[in-house]
Design a protein around this ligand. Structure first.
Ligand code: BG6
Length: 466
């Protein structure tokens, strides 16, 4: 039996703010990331997406590189304020035309588009009215989703509503490192509820179109392993699973919150406040597939100490502090672990385990691996980008994926992060992920890395040669 199903898609991914640039061109409105990143000290070396890697102007060149690589599918996100500068209401036709041209160029090269509607760049105008804490943002999201269905649904079959709620809500409302920089758990839980409502409404709206396609959700896949077999560490790991995984997957795939945790959040903070009909809405609008973004696992220990959220944004090894919540759990370094320069543990087995965990808890939901990749400072030798560690990382993860498929998981595509080197939200340009290098000293010239040719061969051999 072939390891990868015949219609399995070999893709790659990016997101609008991280590649496009042209942040205020052709009628685009500002996003929360445009505004946030312009405030000194918010991002690594004060990088912002004003230019990014200029994909907005160079998308044809980038798609030519995708085509030459043999890419079968490209996952990208749409910038909501590029289409609706005020978040709702007046449509910016120049923005609509940009993605329309992009989609046409992809299809002309036999590359299937996969659209992410929301990869964190909320229109600032909506943030000014309360952002995700306001239920009106969910209504505006559906208006935006409908616009995208109407303009692109004739050509695009694969859609995802949101990318990684845990990240933009967790960092936006708990650690405060993403906009709108709030530190308040109750507000986070309520904002998160509005995202779930927005998702369900957008799925419902999708099913009222005649688009011949599928709609899903993209989540972080982060397996948790206890540091020791002590009862305390095991209990902490179960809590991490409940808070970091079940809370974000259950409403999407089961159409309900995890009961015990819901009871606790409502007792402690009185949230989420739901409107009548919300639960039925979630239950009736579960998605067609789940997208999994897998990078690493976390090792978990009990945390009698303080809450701490110190991350490594510099790429200096072991500069990350602990991340944990007082009295609940903390993520600690695995003494046996192999780590990246940004202190992310490389653990390919976690991809197999994570996929099988999803299958066990949620049944036979179709899966796409919507992100997976190595953030590294790529070596340049004699002018060539020799990113062997990336090739090793991807090879080991494709092995892990193959194992999950052999164990019966319905995985339909693999989208390494990222097609091209891009702007990391909090880590600048130093942390590279791409198959294509961007030379910031040479007018953003593109250059194929060693991994580009390697992945070209993986695709051509349908995963056989790797
Ligand atoms: C995912 C995001 O969380 O991880 C991407 O969807 C992001 O947008 C990627 O770039 C890698 O994270 P980082 O922090 O290394 O850029």
């Amino acid at each position: 039996m072939a390891a990868f199903p015949d219609n399995f898609l070999w893709g790659a991914a990016t997101a609008a703010w991280q590649v496009e640039g042209a942040h205020d061109e052709d009628g685009k409105g500002l996003s929360i990331w445009d505004v946030f990143s312009h405030q000194p000290g918010t991002t690594y070396q004060d990088t912002n997406g004003d230019v990014a890697v200029d994909h907005y102007h160079r998308f044809r060149e980038d798609i030519a590189l995708m085509a030459e690589m043999g890419l079968q599918s490209y996952r990208f996100s749409i910038s909501w304020p590029r289409l609706l500068p005020a978040g709702r209401g007046e449509v910016n036709e120049a923005g609509v035309a940009f993605y329309s041209d992009l989609i046409d160029a992809l299809l002309a090269n036999n590359i299937e588009p996969m659209i992410t509607l929301y990869h964190w760049d909320l229109p600032q105008a909506l943030q000014d009215e309360g952002g995700w804490e306001s239920r009106a943002t969910a209504t505006a999201f559906v208006e935006y989703a409908r616009l995208c269905y109407a303009r692109y649904g004739d050509r695009v079959k694969r859609w995802a509503t949101f990318n990684e709620t845990i990240v933009f809500i967790g960092h936006g409302y708990i650690t405060g490192s993403h906009p709108p920089s709030v530190n308040n758990t109750a507000r986070a839980i309520q904002a998160c509820h509005h995202v779930f409502v927005a998702h369900a409404l957008a799925v419902q709206a999708f099913r009222n179109t005649d688009i011949q396609g599928e709609i899903g959700f993209v989540n972080v896949l982060q397996p948790h392993t206890p540091l020791t077999q002590s009862a305390e560490d095991i209990a902490a790991t179960e809590l991490a699973d409940a808070i970091h995984t079940h809370w974000f997957y259950d409403p999407i795939l089961k159409g309900a919150y995890p009961e015990e945790l819901l009871e606790q959040t409502q007792r402690l903070w009185g949230v989420p406040q739901c409107e009548p009909g919300d639960m039925a809405l979630l239950r009736d609008n579960r998605c067609d597939f789940i997208g999994l973004n897998y990078y690493r696992r976390e090792t978990v220990a009990a945390n009698p100490g303080e809450t701490s959220t110190q991350a490594n944004h510099s790429g200096e090894r072991q500069s990350a502090g602990e991340f944990g919540f007082k009295g609940l759990f903390k993520f600690v370094r695995n003494p046996q672990g192999v780590y990246t320069d940004w202190d992310w543990e490389i653990w390919p087995q976690g991809l197999t385990d994570g996929i099988m965990m999803i299958k066990a808890r949620y049944g036979d939901i179709p899966i796409y691996i919507t992100e997976n990749g190595l953030g590294a400072k790529d070596p340049i030798v004699d002018g060539e980008v020799v990113d062997d560690p990336r090739i090793d990382y991807l090879r080991m993860h494709i092995d892990a994926l193959e194992n999950a498929i052999a164990m019966g998981a319905d995985v339909r595509g693999y989208y390494p992060w990222s097609f091209i080197d891009l702007l990391s939200w909090l880590n600048g340009y130093k942390k590279q992920y791409g198959f294509v290098y961007v030379d910031h000293t040479q007018n953003l010239a593109r250059k194929r890395k060693k991994s580009y040719y390697w992945y070209q061969n993986v695709i051509a051999s349908h995963g056989e040669q790797r």
